[in-house]
Design a protein around this ligand. Structure first.
Ligand SMILES: Cc1ncc(COP(=O)(O)O)c(C=O)c1O
Length: 406
């Protein structure tokens, strides 16, 4: 079909008519993509600085990914978890091999589902210690863990929470990067689970300090609580390491991952250590689609690519260049109050400025971006972005900043 503005308008009108208005969508209907570029129905091309919200790590139309999907589609699409399949077994082994402290894996279909499963595993552990005890849960300020009742209960943003009260009881919020005294005070003997993003995504690209994670680890060990790291957004290569927590030297009991794992297809995974694994029993949890052979086959290809040392060193090198270029922008625009991030996960903070006009101007300049909170521009391009494309991204952001701030 020929690209045409009318086609774009028709897709938008149909969507707005029939889909619930849950998202603030850009007035762009995407129809295709190649590498780090996406194409809209009106024929415009955009450089993707968002990756479908940290999902499309391998970009669009990656030949190995396309081949893996085509190959998998000729095999079993679904079997249920009442039978074994090779792709799920292989994926679980790969995930454990990439995670020295982990022993076992649960496979599900999304990030939120992985969070829900992790919370249940932690609660199961508490229950085994003393039924009905150690049921408290601690999450962090600025956190985002998902939109279902359990995950939403751990999510800090009031606007997401208030219309759905009451949420899970017994959840407390600890200041992100709190000191040991605050940790000791909030993490009392009643607490059974602590969940934290090593690099917060939706909440504004905030990096947990190694000292904070170390203190959480130490306190969880003292009180017997399960420490859960949510690497749904920052994991699987985005930080320049396979896992963002590795650089901090702190290991959790449970790790939740999702977004890029399926290369654009829905999948989530929960990795647990041997201590947690021995507390989980038949019937404690389950999922019809979790471990689906088609998606696991594709996820094996994604894992193989991301785990390659050359792939991760590429992320580190283009990520460092991106950080340097963004800091240069920070020097040039007084509205930019902070530039922070690692690998290919960056936030450009414009304190007390609504960044939505910048996001809109970037889109006009052919660059897709999103915010992370009201005053942070989030930059999370596909991990396969080249050095030249990083330059192009920064130039387009520069012109967006220029059009709004000069
Ligand atoms: C850190 C984090 N946890 C959980 C989620 C929820 O994942 P999903 O949207 O796949 O359910 C997200 C999604 O943005 C996330 O960034």
């Amino acid at each position: 079909m020929t690209d045409h503005p009318d086609r774009q308008a028709a897709i938008i009108a149909q969507s707005d008519h029939y889909l619930l208005p849950l998202y603030k969508r850009n007035q762009i209907a995407l129809v295709g993509g190649q590498g780090v570029w996406v194409e809209a129905a009106d024929g415009r091309r955009y450089l993707d600085g968002l990756s479908g919200i940290a999902v499309n790590a391998l970009g669009y139309g990656d030949p190995a990914l396309v081949a893996a999907i085509q190959q998998a589609a000729t095999g079993l699409l679904h079997t249920s978890n009442l039978y074994y399949t090779a792709p799920a077994a292989e994926l679980a082994e790969r995930l454990v091999q990439q995670t020295p402290w982990a022993s076992n894996v649960f496979l599900c279909n999304s990030g939120t589902e992985a969070v829900e499963a992790a919370l249940k595993f932690a609660r199961r552990r508490s229950h085994n210690r003393a039924p009905g005890d150690h049921t408290g849960i601690v999450a962090c300020t600025h956190s985002f863990h998902g939109r279902t009742f359990g995950a939403l209960s751990m999510t800090a943003r009031e606007a997401y929470r208030t219309p759905f009260m009451p949420l899970l009881p017994g959840v407390e919020f600890l200041e992100f990067n709190a000191d040991s005294a605050q940790i000791e005070q909030l993490l009392n003997e009643q607490v059974g689970a602590v969940i934290v993003e090593p690099i917060q995504g939706e909440g504004g690209i905030h990096m947990a300090t190694p000292a904070f994670l170390q203190a959480l680890r130490a306190r969880c060990d003292e009180i017997g609580a399960t420490l859960i790291f949510d690497e749904i957004q920052c994991g699987l290569g985005r930080s320049g390491d396979m896992w963002a927590h590795t650089a901090t030297g702190v290991t959790p009991d449970v790790l939740v991952v999702a977004k890029p794992l399926g290369g654009g297809l829905p999948i989530g995974a929960v990795l647990v250590n041997a201590t947690v694994a021995q507390e989980i029993h038949y019937g404690d949890h389950g999922s019809t689609f979790g471990g689906n052979p088609l998606i696991c086959s594709v996820a094996n290809t994604v894992m193989e690519r991301i785990a390659a040392p050359a792939f991760l060193s590429h992320v580190r090198s283009v990520g460092t260049a991106l950080g340097t270029a963004l800091r240069d922008l920070g020097e040039r625009y007084e509205q930019i109050s902070d530039v922070r991030g690692r690998g290919l996960m960056w936030g450009v903070e414009c304190a007390n400025h609504d960044v939505s006009p910048i996001i809109a101007a970037a889109s006009d300049a052919g660059l897709l971006l999103a915010s992370a909170g009201p005053d942070v521009i989030r930059i999370i391009p596909p991990l396969v972005i080249s050095a030249a494309e990083v330059d192009e991204l920064v130039q387009r952001l520069d012109s967006a900043l220029h059009s709004v701030y000069s």
